[in-house]
Design a protein around this ligand. Structure first.
Ligand code: B1M
Length: 210
């Protein structure tokens, strides 16, 4: 679809207004949010990641693109988060300490909310202590941890240790995700689940609360 190519391009160019307009056009054409995410937003960042790695673009370019993507996501938010009814469970989510990436986490949040979960978003660069505090305060069924950097992966392990040390391990299920996280890693640190994308994340949370 032409409009999805244009949306991808607008995101890569950091053109916020165009990204919002193209998202509206795509929705008006009857395209589904998951199609928009998978066919325009994800490829934009795959492309940007490669260009960033190759040194063809700067971090500031990626930051501009992130703003455009957030704007596109904001247009889809009312659809992704639309749900009425009793909550299916509480999920506390955050990006681990030292890590500022939140685009994927925010997509996961929208999808979870749209599927009927109450989500407590602790934001980015979240220290282990804050997660622990949130578990005590909100008693979530699931703790969802996002890590996008290989350098912050050990934070996932630290979090699992903290849960055991604080006597909270049996009170909460843990799901981990983010580009460098693998099912193998999740198994090694004894997390309860791993998800590769927002769809898997929502399905896995469903399994964990039941
Ligand atoms: Co960053 N960055 N970045 N960056 N950045 C990566 C991750 C990188 C792979 C790029 C590269 O070099 N090719 C690389 C990491 C290398 C590594 O660790 N091996 C990298 C680097 C190096 C850096 C900096 C160090 C760059 C610098 O300053 N020199 C710096 C670090 C800052 C920090 O965090 N301390 C940095 C900064 C940034 C920006 C701020 C510019 C920006 C982030 C803006 C923001 O998030 N608000 C940014 C971006 C955008 C990226 C790339 C290009 C795209 C990430 C993204 O949003 N993807 C990324 C390259 C790449 O991934 N291809 C890159 C789209 C998003 C929808 O996908 O986040 O994977 P993703 O989320 C998916 C799944 O992973 C999963 O579901 C999501 C939706 O399907 N998922 C979960 C995610 N969390 C989940 C949690 C779950 C379940 C599933 O439950 C718990």
């Amino acid at each position: 679809k032409k409009v999805l190519d244009e949306l991808q391009q607008a995101i890569e160019n950091g053109e916020t207004q165009i990204a919002m307009d193209k998202t509206k056009v795509a929705l008006n054409q009857g395209l589904r949010t998951d199609t928009i995410i998978q066919t325009a937003i994800n490829p934009a960042f795959k492309d940007l990641g490669q260009k960033m790695y190759d040194g063809e673009i700067y971090v500031t370019d990626v930051l501009m693109a992130s703003r455009a993507a957030h704007a596109a996501m904001y247009v889809m938010e009312p659809i992704l988060s639309k749900f009425s009814g009793a909550t299916k469970g509480i999920v506390a989510i955050g990006t681990v300490a030292g890590d500022l990436h939140d685009i994927g986490k925010n997509l996961v949040i929208m999808m979870l909310q749209g599927s009927g979960y109450t989500v407590i978003d602790l934001g980015i660069d979240v220290p282990v202590e804050t997660f622990v505090e949130a578990i005590r305060m909100h008693k979530p069924h699931v703790l969802a941890l996002s890590s996008l950097l290989t350098t912050t992966l050990p934070e996932l392990d630290n979090m699992m240790d903290a849960l055991v040390e604080q006597g909270l391990r049996s009170q909460v299920k843990v799901i981990v995700g983010g580009a460098p996280v693998t099912a193998e890693y999740a198994g090694r640190i004894k997390a309860d689940a791993y998800a590769n994308d927002l769809f898997e994340a929502t399905e896995a949370v469903g399994d964990l609360v039941n």
